[in-house]
Design a protein around this ligand. Structure first.
Ligand SMILES: [Zn+2]
Length: 260
C-alpha cells in the first residue's frame, strides 16, 4: 500500500505546472506579466486528454475497483493518448457539441500500459471470458495510446444508457447485432440511438469501431500503431515517472480480437 501511495504522488507531482520564468523573476521585471502555466511535455508523443480538450469527462475505470477484475490496475487518474488520437477525440467532442450541445464524451480508458494488459489477461485465464481480452503478446492499440474506451454523458457527467455497462462480457455489448438485439428486446430503441450517436461522432472523426464492444474505438490499425508509436509499459522503478518504450517480442497480427 505504501508503494501505491507513493506511486500516486509521483504522478501527481508530474501534474504540477512548470514554474515560468516570469514567475520566478517577478521582482526584477518592470511589469509582472505572468505567463500561463504550461504543462510539462510528456515522453513518446503522448498528451493528456484534458490538455487537448478540457470539456471531455474522464473516469478511468481501471484506476478503480469498478472494472471486470474488481481490482485497481493502475494508480494514475490522468488519461493519456498519442497526440493524433487525442486530436481526433477532440474533433469527436466538437462534433457531438454541434449535434447535441447537452452531451459530452466520457472516457473510461485511454493509454493502457502493457503491464496492465498482462494483468487483465491473467484475470480471464481459465474463464469463459478469455476471448474478450487481447493477448499481451499480440498487444492492443491501447498499449500504444491509439485507442480509447468511452461513452456519452450529460453535462453533469452522468453516463447515458447504452444497454450494458462498460466492459460487459456478452452479446448485448455487440455492435453489429444491434438490430437483432433490438428485435429481441435485449436493447431498447433509445439505447441503440445512444450507441449510434457515439459511433457517428467517433467515426466521423477518424475512429473505427469494433464489433464486440460499443465503447471501444481505434484511431488506426494495429500495424500502423506499431509502425508509428512506441509500445508503452510502466517502468519498473518508481523514480522513472512514466512509460518506457519497448517492442513486442512475438510476431504481431494485423488485426485485433473483438475485445482489446
Ligand atoms: Zn478498449
Amino acid at each position: 500500500m505504501i508503494a501505491a501511495v507513493y506511486f500516486r504522488s509521483v504522478f501527481l507531482r508530474d501534474e504540477t505546472p512548470v514554474e515560468t520564468a516570469a514567475a520566478c523573476c517577478a521582482d526584477s521585471l518592470p511589469s509582472p506579466t505572468l505567463l500561463p502555466p504550461q504543462p510539462k511535455p510528456l515522453p513518446h508523443g503522448l498528451v493528456r486528454i484534458r490538455d487537448i480538450d478540457a470539456s471531455i469527462f474522464i473516469d478511468l475505470k481501471y484506476a478503480t475497483t469498478d472494472n471486470f477484475t474488481g481490482k485497481i490496475l493502475y494508480y494514475d487518474t490522468v488519461a493519456y493518448l498519442q497526440r493524433e488520437t487525442a486530436e481526433k477525440l477532440h474533433a469527436a467532442g466538437q462534433r457531438l457539441k454541434s449535434l447535441r450541445p447537452d452531451l459530452r464524451l466520457l472516457v473510461y480508458d485511454a493509454t493502457r500500459p502493457l503491464n496492465v494488459q498482462k494483468k487483465m489477461w491473467e484475470a480471464v485465464q481459465n474463464t469463459p471470458y478469455r476471448r474478450y481480452v487481447a493477448d499481451p503478446k499480440r498487444t492492443s492499440l491501447h498499449n500504444y495510446g491509439a485507442a480509447v474506451d468511452l461513452t456519452l454523458a450529460d453535462r453533469n457527467g452522468k453516463p447515458l444508457d447504452m444497454g450494458t455497462a462498460f466492459d460487459h462480457f456478452g452479446e448485448a455489448a455487440n455492435v453489429v447485432r444491434e438490430d437483432d438485439l433490438l428485435k429481441r428486446g435485449i436493447l431498447t430503441p433509445q439505447q441503440v440511438k445512444n450507441r449510434r450517436l457515439l459511433r457517428e461522432v467517433m467515426q466521423a472523426s477518424g475512429f473505427q469501431s469494433i464489433s464486440g464492444e460499443w465503447w471501444h474505438f481505434n484511431a488506426c490499425t494495429l500495424a500502423e500503431a506499431q509502425e508509428r508509436y512506441p509500445l508503452l509499459s510502466h517502468s519498473d522503478t518508481l523514480l522513472n515517472l512514466f512509460f518506457l518504450p519497448s517492442r513486442p517480442t512475438a510476431a504481431t497480427p494485423d488485426s485485433l480480437p473483438d475485445k482489446p
